[in-house]
Design a protein around this ligand. Structure first.
Ligand SMILES: Nc1ncnc2c1ncn2[C@@H]1O[C@H](COP(=O)(O)OP(=O)(O)O)[C@@H](O)[C@H]1O
Ligand SMILES: [Mg+2]
Length: 422
């Protein structure tokens, strides 16, 4: 069964309650999963213990993310991103959160494992909707192709009465047009054209006239690449407003260079920072990349310690950026960029969805220029920078906030780090 709904429409909660009905059957073996472990750990794993009656639980294995119950049932929390790791013995039930992110092969593999004798066998999934070429749309929603016995439910964000009304007001302010249809109403809509139609001149500041106050936290965001360009953005956060306003104030974009050469360029940019300058708080980078380790092993003056960027729910991240490009109530947009960042401005303006959508990646937003080079490098760096700090506003998981006191910040980083390294 599939439950698709808007942001905060109780999808994850519904999934967990459904899991309890299976766990209640003695001796059942089940899986709860999501694409990546850091997100799984921070959401389903954590929320599960808010919901499960404590006297059901016999043993919790925090290292392996596994829970054993007094009635002999077992649930494993598993990352589903790699189909090869999804193989295993038969199970009674599997719950998948943010299912549009999960590769089709993993999904099919899990479905085939539902054969534990004596149990009805059920796959239940919850998700924000995707586009209409997505396999879940074909399997569960489209009348013409949906599988026999595949149940489908849909809910709007506004139907969840357990969240404060301000949350709904915030959502309605944030999302417009097709983004709202998908992320508030829970409809499966295809997007076309520009990813960020609201990005334009009103987001661009004259570099010569812009001063970044020293107390604003500054971050780097790195998107690795060799044939695709390597992109590094410098961002500063105006945390006097909530959510904080992001100002992109420098860029380094180049292809076919070694990481050492990039690190040297980044050091030069660093030396040209406006003074006084308190250092960077975070260097966000793709957590899948081996390159993070290489940056760490450079000589001390070039070394860059990166943190895993928040990369899940890309489609939602892109929608949140689109919203932030529009002026807020005070008349100033939530994201600004200085005029020296020429490549970034050009790429953000040209960021479009492809007319032909590649199989297996229905939300692909890769665009190529006339020389066949991808031109979305600074787009990825941009949304990683934004989403790593702001993403928590849209989920029940804690977000890193520039205003946060140091103890809270440390606890949070610790949790993320721990989860990321597992
Ligand atoms: N049955 C419920 N009882 C109490 N609170 C609920 C219930 N269902 C949802 N909520 C609240 O709604 C919030 C959003 O639900 P969640 O499942 O995280 O949404 P989604 O996964 O759709 O983004 C939860 O954090 C929880 O506080
Ligand atoms: Mg959720």
């Amino acid at each position: 069964m599939l439950y698709a709904g808007g942001v905060g429409s109780a999808k994850s909660y519904a999934l967990l309650f459904k899991a309890l009905t299976h766990i209640a059957r003695p001796g059942s073996r089940g899986i709860l999963g999501r694409r990546h472990m850091p997100e799984l750990h921070a959401t389903l794993w954590r929320d599960f213990f808010d919901i499960v009656p404590p006297d059901w639980v016999k043993r919790i294995d925090r290292g392996r993310h596994s829970v054993e119950f007094r009635n002999g049932s077992i649930v494993d929390f598993v990352q589903l991103g790699d189909p090869a790791r999804v193989k295993g013995p038969t199970i009674a039930h599997v719950g998948i959160d943010e299912a549009t992110e999960v590769p089709e092969d993993s999904f099919r593999m899990l479905r085939m494992r539902l054969r534990q004798p004596g149990h009805p066998g059920q796959l239940y999934a919850a998700t924000n909707p995707g586009g209409r070429t997505h396999y879940l749309y074909r399997d569960f929603v489209d009348q013409a192709t949906r599988g026999h016995g595949n149940a489908y439910y849909r809910a709007s964000s506004l139907e969840n009465v357990f969240v404060p009304p301000e949350y709904h007001e915030d959502l309605l302010r944030s999302f417009g047009g097709d983004y709202a249809r998908r992320f508030i109403e829970g409809e499966w809509v295809d997007w076309e054209g520009r990813v960020w139609p609201s990005f334009g001149d009103h987001n661009v500041l004259d570099a010569a006239a812009t001063f970044i106050p020293p107390e604003w936290p500054r971050d780097l965001a790195i998107d690795f690449g060799y044939e695709h360009a390597f992109a590094c953005l410098w961002v500063a956060w105006d945390h006097r407003v909530s959510p904080p306003r992001m100002v992109v104030y420098d860029e380094h974009v180049e292809r076919r260079k070694t990481l050492r050469e990039h690190a040297e360029s980044i050091r030069l940019h660093r030396m040209q920072e406006q003074q006084p300058f308190l250092g960077y708080q975070s260097a966000w980078a793709d957590h899948d990349a081996q390159d993070r380790h290489e940056l760490l092993s450079l000589p001390p003056d070039l070394r860059i310690v990166t943190r895993p960027a928040r990369k899940h729910q890309r489609a939602l991240a892109l929608a949140a950026m689109e919203a932030a490009f529009r002026p807020r109530q005070d008349g100033v947009p939530g994201i600004l960029i200085t005029s020296n960042c020429r490549t970034t401005i050009e790429q953000w303006l040209g960021f479009r969805r492809p007319r032909v959508i590649p199989a297996g990646d229905p939300d692909a937003v890769v665009e190529h220029n006339e020389r066949g080079e991808s031109i979305d490098d600074t787009c990825d760096a941009g949304w990683m920078a934004y989403w790593s700090r702001i993403g928590g506003h849209f989920e029940s998981e804690p977000a890193y906030q520039p205003g946060m006191d140091d103890r809270a910040r440390h606890r949070l980083f610790h949790r993320w780090r721990e989860a990321a390294e597992r």
